[in-house]
Design a protein around this ligand. Structure first.
Ligand code: 5AD
Ligand code: SF4
Length: 440
């Protein structure tokens, strides 16, 4: 019998990395690795990394330094780095970090079992070639985990937008859409295993299929997914405002399974900054899109991403971002301090804002958004919501799930309801979640 080996897999960054990590775990199961939560017991440690901001990248190096001691104590342990830092640094990581065994880029997940088997024999390798032809479509390894009622399904990867601050096009490569037949098949299989909610995932899902001859467009794909028996809820992320079509807006009125939530990053509220960011829309166009969504789907929840302290952002520009938060009344915002990234166009800009000023702007933005978020959460009090129960809360004795608008609700109820759709009266809106009671 082959001895079972233990894999400690650390994931940094976005949902795409979380999904890739599930695929990594599935691929390595085939060669005898089982996940562990304890790095000191592991036979193999993999860091699935993010380089979208400098801080995320530094974290990876800090962890790698820690593992040096572990490797000294247990020289047989293998250490690998994948994801966006691996893509960016490639061979350099092997040269600079002697206790590292292998490196695999964002297009090379399928090579991982071979890399690990070679590393077991003492070979040190880096595989970071981009695959920008159709064969890459066959390399979206399907995740084979079965747990949960709500799953993410990758529909496209990569990005061709080249926002001036963003490293993603350089580390994830050109945009490519998966074949719709494969996506529909994967979702049918998930539904057969009891999954009720799927979130279609991509760096820019709105451009799904547009660059593949004869492929479905995103709206048609959504409609076909919503017809799969067993699928009760449908979501998608991330959207780009410049590619959000009128047909897609209308889906929120026409498709009852489509949840009332859109993640629509604005990044900034001033036209000067949006233009320097190369976002491809104006503040007015963004607000018009939000207005149309709210008209078609009253009560729709909007979340977004904002970057503060982009090079050249004046106090007046920043105030326009603050007023955008007020106008949109986001449910929640992920806000980031601008971070200079190698290769990007903005890395060549000279008019940088001081770290102190960037931090002050972030604090002002967070304070404003916290207030809007709480007011919005309180506005649900007394309403009845459909909740898909996802699990047991960390607060004892409660279960949790999400409303269509993607807010988390904690409910004091029987854990046997996990996996069910239940009707809940919202009793309290708190800062980060809602409290609810089961309806009779
Ligand atoms: N600096 C700060 N934030 C960034 N993001 C992307 N690149 C940078 C950067 N260089 C943010 C954007 C994006 C989110 C995933 O990360 O807001 O939507
Ligand atoms: Fe980065 Fe812009 Fe592409 Fe989003 S759309 S991944 S921010 S380049």
């Amino acid at each position: 019998m082959i001895k079972e080996k233990l894999l400690y897999l650390q994931t940094f960054g976005c949902q795409m990395n979380v999904s890739d990590s599930e695929k990594i775990a599935g691929l390595l199961k085939n060669i005898g690795y089982r996940p562990t939560n304890d790095s000191s017991l592991a036979d193999l440690i993999i860091l699935n990394t993010c380089s979208v901001r400098a801080r995320a990248e530094e974290k990876v190096y800090n962890h790698l330094v820690q593992y040096k001691g572990l490797k000294r104590k247990r020289p047989k342990i293998l250490i690998g780095v994948g994801g966006c830092v691996a893509q960016q640094e490639g061979e350099r990581l092997l040269l600079n970090i002697p206790h590292l065994d292998f490196v695999f880029g964002t297009h090379n997940l399928h090579l991982l079992p071979e890399l690990v088997l070679s590393a077991e024999k003492g070979e040190r390798q880096a595989e970071t070639d981009f695959i920008d032809n159709d064969s890459r479509l066959d390399l979206f390894p399907v995740d084979n985990s079965t747990n949960g009622v709500s799953r993410f399904v990758t529909v496209m990867q990569g990005c061709d937008n080249f926002c001036s601050y963003c490293i993603v096009p350089y580390v994830r490569g050109r945009e490519i859409s998966r074949r719709s037949a494969d996506i529909l098949e994967e979702i049918s299989q998930l539904a057969a295993k009891g999954v009720k909610e799927v979130t279609l995932l991509g760096q820019n899902v709105n451009s799904y299929g547009l660059k593949s001859d004869g492929e479905l467009d995103f709206v048609t794909l959504l409609r076909q997914v919503s017809e799969i028996p067993g699928i009760e809820r449908l979501r998608f992320t991330t959207s780009h405002p410049k590619d959000f079509s009128r047909q897609l807006i209308d889906c929120f009125a026409e498709m009852p399974k489509l949840c009332k939530h859109v993640h629509l990053p604005a990044q900034a509220g001033s036209n000067a900054v949006l233009s320097a960011m190369n976002r491809g829309y104006s503040r007015e166009e963004y607000l018009s899109l939000i207005g149309q969504l709210k008209t078609v789907s009253p009560g729709i929840q909007i979340t977004g991403d904002i970057i503060v302290g982009f090079p050249g952002e004046t106090e007046t520009d920043f105030q326009e971002t603050l007023s955008l938060l007020e106008e949109v009344r986001y449910t929640d915002v992920f806000s980031f301090i601008y971070s200079k990234r190698p290769e990007t166009k903005a890395a060549g800009y000279t008019d940088h804002i001081s770290q102190k000023e960037k931090q002050m702007r972030l604090d002002r933005l967070l304070a404003m958004q916290r207030k809007i978020t709480l007011e919005n959460n309180r506005s649900f009090e007394g309403s009845v919501q459909e909740v898909l129960v996802e699990g047991e809360s960390r607060r004892g004795g409660q279960i949790y799930g999400r409303i269509s608008g993607n807010r988390i609700v904690n409910i004091t109820a029987d854990p046997a309801l996990v996996g069910q759709m239940v009707r809940v009266t919202i009793t309290r809106g708190e800062q980060n979640s809602l409290q609810g009671e089961l309806c009779n």
